[in-house]
Design a protein around this ligand. Sequence first.
Ligand SMILES: Cc1cc2nc3c(=O)[nH]c(=O)nc-3n(C[C@H](O)[C@H](O)[C@H](O)COP(=O)(O)OP(=O)(O)OC[C@H]3O[C@@H](n4cnc5c(N)ncnc54)[C@H](O)[C@@H]3O)c2cc1C
Length: 329
Amino acid sequence: MSDLDDRIENVVIIGSGPAGWTAAIYAARASLNPLVYEGVPKQSPTLMLPGGQLMLTTEVENYPGFPEGVTGPEMMEQFKKQAERFGTRIETDDITVCDFTERPFTLQSARGEQVKAHAVIVATGATANWLGLENEMRLAQSGGGVSACAVCDGALPIFRDQVLAVVGGGDTAMEEASYLAKFGSKVLIIHRREELRASKAMQKRVLDNPKIEVVWNSVVIDVLGESKVSGVRLKNVKTGEESTLECKGLFVAIGHTPASGFLKPGQLERDEKGYIKLVEPQRSLTSVEGVFAAGDVADAVYRQAVTAAGMGCRAAIDAERWLAEQGLA
Ligand SMILES: Cc1cc2nc3c(=O)[nH]c(=O)nc-3n(C[C@H](O)[C@H](O)[C@H](O)COP(=O)(O)OP(=O)(O)OC[C@H]3O[C@@H](n4cnc5c(N)ncnc54)[C@H](O)[C@@H]3O)c2cc1C
């Protein structure tokens, strides 16, 4: 193990999505000289890249300031450049161990480097849970009609007036289906059981919608189509029978996993799904003073680039004020 140097960092930001880069821009402009750990590419259990979830998408049409839309990777490159412009330092490495029991905090990277910091902003995001089918990720990354976010992609022209499929049976799947019913000609919810897990109120909203139908006891075993989705292959889990369902969009709504697994149990309070708990409404404060959280790792509700960026801004301002109160920076 080698120390980066003997310096104690003012603030280390872990993560390089919209939340991490926005925190870096604000912290750098506040003369905090932030250090960002942007992560390394990972293939498993799901694809995760420096730059975050938007590296996996083509068009982003709902981020303000881009009237013509922008690709996810292009947008994240701009975020990064803006953070670098104000002197943000970047390590292409993962943080694997954190010790928040003593101040200054100690972080250890995958390469074995150790860094000490007065304040830490955790902005490690989340990953959408995918089905794990060969064609699924290819068509998701190429804009071919597979998505894990109806609010992000539902309004795109390729989905207008088309038959759309949603996989899942929980509240998120119901929300996605209701939202998609505004655009598609028909929405088919594919669910592996014969009853939905979603709350009764959500179920009612969906089942009352004439555009939505549920395909019960079924799982998707293949996504069909070369450059665009043309349908999905289904298997009935009761009868074993296989069938093809024609559709022009597939929305996978089987949950998200927050990237908080590198935090040992008890280090920072998290909820039962692993999302970091924020201890004050409208703030970025966590259960450990001096540790702040931003973006999807602390947000199971909105999960949007613009909300993640807003949370990154809050975290940097909270960190700056906390450091000033402590006389540390
Ligand atoms: C396919 C897809 C399309 C989407 N389209 C849109 C859209 O059009 N509009 C929109 O607003 N939102 C969209 N979203 C949602 C949006 O991408 C997320 O809400 C947003 O990226 C969350 O930002 P974040 O900064 O919290 O985290 P993320 O973007 O998840 O980034 C976190 C990054 O931190 C790094 N990291 C993780 N763990 C560590 C570690 N231990 N050490 C160091 N680094 C680490 C990784 O590089 C990781 O990728 C989409 C999501 C997906 C999956």
